[in-house]
Design a protein around this ligand. Sequence first.
Ligand code: ADP
Length: 318
Amino acid sequence: MTIAAEIQALLAPVAAGRATTRFDAGRADIVLDVTGLAPATRDALEADVRATAASVAGVVEVRVLQTSERRQRRLIAVASGKGGVGKSTVAANLAIALARRGRRVGLVDADIYGPSQPKLLSVEGIRPEARDKTMIPIPTRFGVPMLSMGGLVAEGQAVAWRGPMAGSALTQMVDADWGDTEVLILDLPPGTGDVQLTMIQKHKPAGAVIVSTPQDLALIDATRAIDLFTKVGVPVIGLLENMSGYACPHCGEVSHPFGEGGAERAATRMNLPFLGRIPLEMAIRTASDAGQPPAAGNGPEAETFAALAAKLDDWLAA
Ligand code: ADP
């Protein structure tokens, strides 16, 4: 029997299939899968594994590498350069569409200027509870639990918060009891203020989705948001064009009140992926106002959001 096989055999009752051993020139390298174990149990197990391996003749040195399969929860920022471009609408519907693909998704509404997620997700007026000072996200009918600045303060007051307050509210929400949620969609306020600063310093997102209208001005602002993320090394997952083209509900003619293809050209120019377009549609506005996110339905709008979520899902899986 080789020394590696001997160590492996001795570890079988100790590590219950969690250890993989390699042996070379006196050194045993053991990879220990500690998935699901509490920190104290992990360390006790590592100590046992070390002692067992060290007891084998010929072993001079033992190295143990702990690995855990549970991937860290990832934050995806949804951002825009300015307000009113449909960023919150996109964040809510993207979260729902992603959850419909089987991902465990939560939503954090950090938009101090207009915390609109409680209304969009039909949980207006419900305040989150806390357990041991940790907030418990509010479940929604759409399979996406959420926390919002809007649930923390009286309506219309969040905007008056000083920077540090808004930043610490963000931290409370991100560090809430999200359970096994794997993706947190973060609805950011527009621009590059205090909430963005806290996010970058404390809760670095895995990636950012930038929402813009085809309007030139919005694109210039969007460029600033993109700059912020690239400067701090947060990958921009892509640019998404909202309110792109208007289909007349009477004659069906599609017009482009904000210009056509601007966001896609901007994405190409900046060498960023273009994620797609969402048309300006009465149905999206009325459904959103009624707390019935279109992504949760079965209409063509649901398909639009499903296609966007598929791209985000691919990015997450890559
Ligand atoms: P932001 O978060 O960028 O300030 P919102 O998501 O609050 O913007 O959207 C602003 C308004 O525009 C809301 O009334 C929303 O329902 C509406 N809206 C957003 N996207 C669309 C769209 N594609 N078609 C129609 N109305 C939209």
